[in-house]
Design a protein around this ligand. Structure first.
Ligand SMILES: NC(=O)c1ccc[n+]([C@@H]2O[C@H](COP(=O)([O-])OP(=O)(O)OC[C@H]3O[C@@H](n4cnc5c(N)ncnc54)[C@H](OP(=O)(O)O)[C@@H]3O)[C@@H](O)[C@H]2O)c1
Length: 263
């Protein structure tokens, strides 16, 4: 029996993945810091114990957390066949005023934890000659964004790592995809101090991301753009000078002028 490991499972897109996989009766290991939220979700979706849902509350900001998650699964003999790397957060504001603690935590959660989790579970998938890895990036990972610089850079890292792994693992029976949403209605923006209502771009629901991801995973489609607009925003970049791309990205980022003086 194979388990789906979902990070960022306590809210937003990750929680929607949990709901969808519960509908499909997939056994899961849920990861996030909010133990109470994860337990509530597990009890709601699996009152009778089917599917089998394990709660592994971890702070991915701790460099040792990927190892502990791996040990949690190994000790309970939970074979992880699919990883959904969804945990992440952003920070909107001038780089020069970004708290260093926030900077280190974002690097750890958005990049190092994801890379570590993949590294630890991959040998098991390779031995089984099957597996799947879904990495949640963003349309924000295709260019720099003024006042969202570190977040954009972490999402760019995810795209590059996913591309490399997709190519490296495609003949080994392991699918690797990278999902690149635009604005999604979740708790993300409140934490990042963003204001989607100030953006011209539409806001979609997390279910749009989940549906597109599952479709993309079945076809092992490297890049998944949940909406046509997400695809278009990235595709059109190739026809414009980089300076114009950067200006547009800063313009479309939902920051209040008080958060960041871009123009
Ligand atoms: N919302 C958007 O517009 C949007 C667009 C493009 C990409 N994304 C990406 O989608 C992913 C999911 O975000 P979301 O929109 O669903 O936001 P969200 O509702 O804020 O969910 C973020 C999830 O990450 C977890 N998380 C954050 N810091 C963590 C830490 N230190 N350790 C463990 N877990 C942690 C949170 O759980 P706890 O707080 O319980 O730890 C939560 O489950 C992120 O990678 C984000 O970059 C979002």
């Amino acid at each position: 029996m194979s388990y789906t490991l979902i990070t960022g499972a306590s809210s937003g897109i990750g929680r929607e993945f949990v709901r969808e996989f519960a509908r499909r009766k997939s056994d899961m290991v849920l990861v996030a810091r909010s133990d109470d939220k994860l337990r509530e979700l597990g009890a709601e979706l699996s009152p009778s114990g089917t599917p089998d849902i394990h709660i592994c509350a971890e702070d991915l900001g701790d460099p040792e957390s990927p190892r502990r998650i791996y040990e949690y699964c190994r000790e309970r003999e939970l074979r992880v066949g699919l990883i959904i790397n969804c945990a992440g957060f952003g920070f909107a504001g001038e780089y020069g005023s970004m708290p260093l603690k926030e900077l280190q935590e974002m690097i750890q959660v958005n990049m190092a934890a994801m890379a570590g989790i993949i590294r630890l579970f991959l040998p098991g998938m390779i031995a089984e000659k099957r597996g799947g890895i879904v990495n949640i990036s963003s349309v924000g990972g295709f260019q720099g964004i003024a006042c969202l610089g570190l977040y954009a850079a972490t999402k760019s890292f995810i795209i590059t790592l996913s591309e490399s792994l997709h190519e490296e693992l495609k003949d080994k029976g392991i699918k690797v995809i990278v999902v690149c949403p635009g604005y999604i209605e979740t708790g993300f923006h409140a934490r990042a101090c963003q204001h989607p209502e100030h953006s011209l771009l539409p806001v979609s629901s997390p279910s749009v991301v989940v549906r597109a991801s599952i479709k993309g995973l079945l076809k092992n489609k490297l890049f998944v753009f949940p909406t046509f607009l997400d695809f278009l925003l990235v595709f059109l970049q190739r026809f414009f000078p980089r300076a114009a791309v950067l200006k547009t990205a800063a313009f479309l980022a939902p920051l209040k002028s008080s958060d960041c003086q871009v123009f």
